[in-house]
Design a protein around this ligand. Sequence first.
Ligand code: SAH
Ligand code: SF4
Length: 441
Amino acid sequence: MKYHIENFGCQMNEHDMEKVRHLLHVAGFEAASAATDADVVIVNTCCVREKAEQKFYSLMGRLRRLKAKSTVVLGVMGCVAQLEKEHILEKLPFIDFSLGTSNVHRVEEAIRIARTEKRKLLSFSENGCEASLHVRPGGKGRLRSFVTIMKGCDNFCSYCVVPYVRGREKSRKSSDIIEEVKELAAGGVREVTLLGQNVNSYNKGSDDCTFAQLLEKINDIDGLERIRFVTSHPKDLSPDLIRCFGRLEKLCEQIHLPFQSGSNRILGLMNRGYTAEEYLGLVHSLRKQCPGIAITADCIVGFPGERGQDFSDTQALVEEVRFDGLFSFCYSPRPETRAATLPDRVPREIAMERLKGLQATQKIITREKNCGLEGSTVEVLVEGSSKSSPEEFAGRTRTNRIVNFAGSEDLVGSLVELKVVKGYANSLRGAIPRPKEGGTC
Ligand code: SAH
Ligand code: SF4
């Protein structure tokens, strides 16, 4: 039996599909080269913005034709499944199963029921979350791995559908997480990224350890070289957590800290729980604690009621912080969210124009920052061949920049010191430094 997966969305979704692949391999399935070659096709969905949902429905149009002329089992998983629940069958009556975000562990059962009983399994329960959270994809043959430390979100930012599709916050026990990371490190994983919608509210209200304490424990694990985490919310970024940077040697000097808007009026309407000044204060503290830290962020333009001045505040914040990278989006009204009912929608053309302006500003900053690294030495975890040129090799710096360089296969999996010879818009070019001449031994 062969399976094929189409995945949309964030790292959480990517990681959920790693879990699905693992469950299917254990059950004897093999990966197919394409949907047309598969016995089972799974589409994992995202609904954070309308565009992702539209792409999913147009893919389903194509898969419907494949289904009509074959015996392929077709399943939908993830956020759209959770959002639509049973109603998904009104839109996609031809699918064989639909599993919500907390039902990853039921994938093999859903396929079996579809094949042997010709029945559709639809499961969207939150009670599945414990089992779902504990599925481990294993780390065999990988250098980097995600590790889920918590799921869900209690923040209810007014624009965001995530709390409705990923449910309430639930943290995994620290002892389970440590055990998983130890297993991964023993299996050859050198870098872990701790995952959660809001990792820095890990264990809020529990007497298990705090997020900063969890990082300390992971930092002590032998064989592991690097730790990252994503995503953090500014309102939960504690001084304790800030002090971890530069102090815990395995914690990479990098943080993704979405600010969403530079206007306090819009931040209030978004229900973000901080002001632009407070956000800038956090950036200052992070840089004071760890001067080389790379800071990236998300932001939304064209939120309902955003006026020219509000957008200028966002632009000013971007210019002041000089982020290492920025993911910016046009506001997209989402079902069930409070912002979808707000008046004063910003016309699409204006929002697009603002987005383009902001992206142009950031592009210059990113390139300048990358060029500013020319001549410096960076530590790179070599991951394999470069995407841009297969004869070359690529890896990431501790600040999460991609570096391409001329190397050799035996370097894959190791940490190398490279000299940055050129900075580009999205990557760096590195070189293995020549040994100094004239040494005595
Ligand atoms: N939990 C993370 C990520 C949430 S979704 C966090 O809080 O940062 C990733 C990003 O998508 C958000 O940071 C936000 O910038 C963007 N986003 C979420 N909902 C959106 C919407 N309705 N319209 C446009 N962008 C949105
Ligand atoms: Fe969405 Fe806000 Fe939760 Fe992030 S913190 S997932 S933006 S509700």
